[in-house]
Ligand binder design. Structure first.
Ligand code: PYC
Length: 311
């Protein structure tokens, strides 16, 4: 079996768009089809993301017919451990990929995702603004006693995925400390589970974001984001930046329309702002750049012992 995929990176974070060869997920909302994808097609997910065809940081974007009106495509995001509700960098990567294929022109386009419709504004073939789903802070200043780290305080916020955002990193936010930051964020994540700290309706908080000052004076913040499968986000994380804006807005520290520059652990940047939503939520808009870097076919040979990826 062969799959036609296009790889890109958004501010350093990789996306693999599956154009052809994906499973038939039937009808229904994107959320229903994403559930079916998770329940019945895990081998497909592993084949696309895991070694030897992929690697831990890669996020897949399976294109499928939209169920919401006026959307150019539906898209289901997945990584090395399962589905993602939304994915900011992969939305930007998908838009750049569709532009590369000549399927979308500059201007606004709606994508149907499992957590709602998002709008992309293709400003040029490589620059995209995503208007994300409504984002909000769920809990403020949650204190955790994290083994080996001590007290870590952070906010719980939704930006299309659930985040715990904390300034209490154990070391400077420099790429030379990625190993230590990964270990610390993993401990925080385990402690959240052990202490029963969740998002709304008991949802698991599967992303941990440490934030702090950027070494560049005019940039207000740098982050380190641990993704659910243990990889760190090379980009400033689109849903994480949305969650961050929601916290800043809730704290009265960022006004509607005011620009926030969010830097990643590798120094790449998103520019973001928000408009007010309903019931205290905000509508984030995140701008970043993506570049297509491969147009290829993945082969799953029936005799290949790793046709479905290395677990
Ligand atoms: O950009 O939203 C994002 C994201 C989530 C996980 C990796 N990237």
């Amino acid at each position: 079996m062969t799959l036609h995929v296009i790889d890109s990176h958004t501010e350093g974070e990789p996306t693999r768009v599956v154009l052809e060869g994906g499973p038939d997920l039937g009808n229904g909302s994107l959320a229903e089809r994403a559930q079916r994808f998770a329940a019945r097609h895990d081998a497909f997910r592993r084949a696309v993301i895991n070694e030897p065809r992929g690697f831990d940081a890669l996020v897949g974007a399976l294109l499928c017919p939209p169920s919401e009106p006026d959307c150019v495509t539906g898209v289901i995001f997945f990584n090395n451990v399962g589905n993602l509700g939304m994915c900011g960098h992969a939305t930007i990567g998908t838009a750049a990929t569709l532009a590369h294929l000549g399927r979308i022109a500059p201007g606004q386009h709606r994508f149907d995702t499992p957590v709602g419709v998002v709008t992309v504004d293709l400003k040029s073939p490589n620059e995209v603004t995503v208007e994300n789903v409504a984002s909000y802070r769920h809990r403020r200043a949650v204190c955790l006693d994290v083994p080996g780290l001590g007290q870590v305080t952070g906010d719980v916020a939704w930006g299309g995925n659930w985040f715990f955002l904390s300034p209490d990193a154990p070391c400077p936010l420099e790429h030379t400390h990625i190993g230590q930051l990964t270990e610390a964020a993993s401990r925080v994540r385990r402690t959240l589970v052990e202490n029963g700290v969740t998002g709304a309706d008991g949802a698991e908080i599967d992303h941990v974001e440490f934030f702090g000052p950027s070494p560049t004076p005019e940039v207000p913040s740098r982050n380190f984001v641990l993704c659910p499968g243990g990889a760190y986000d090379r980009s400033p994380c689109g849903t994480g930046t949305s969650a961050k804006l929601a916290c800043l807005a809730a704290e009265g520290r960022l006004a509607p329309g005011e620009v926030w520059v969010q830097e990643s652990i590798i120094g790449s940047r998103y520019e973001a702002h928000y408009t007010p939503g309903t019931e205290g939520a905000i509508i984030p808009k995140v701008t970043g750049r993506a570049y297509v870097c491969a147009d290829t076919r993945l082969i799953r040979h029936p005799d290949d012992p790793f046709a479905d990826g290395i677990v």
